[in-house]
Unconditional design. Structure first.
Length: 83
């Protein structure tokens, strides 16, 4: 199945080389989770990311459980920083 992955900041570096700017279409296994996609792309496990699926923020504890569906949009962004 296919999903679109969009990244913020410098995280585009984790997308495949055939990406378009900060966006890529990926073929993933049926039942894959955001956590699995991030692992497959090589995101560091200790990173604090904002993960959004189809416009809904996904809490870190839900990322290994939520099953992605064909056509989903997965956004992975660096944490917000303020001052």
């Amino acid at each position: 199945m296919k999903i679109t992955v969009k990244t913020g900041g410098l995280l585009y570096e984790y997308l495949p080389p055939d990406r378009t700017a900060n966006r890529a279409t990926l073929d993933i296994a049926e039942g894959a989770t955001p956590h699995q996609v991030m692992q497959d792309l090589g995101f560091p496990a200790d990173g604090s990311y904002l993960v959004i699926v189809n416009g809904e923020l996904i809490a870190p504890e839900k990322r290994p459980e939520l099953r992605l569906a064909d056509g989903d949009q997965l956004s992975i962004n660096p944490p917000l920083k303020g001052g």
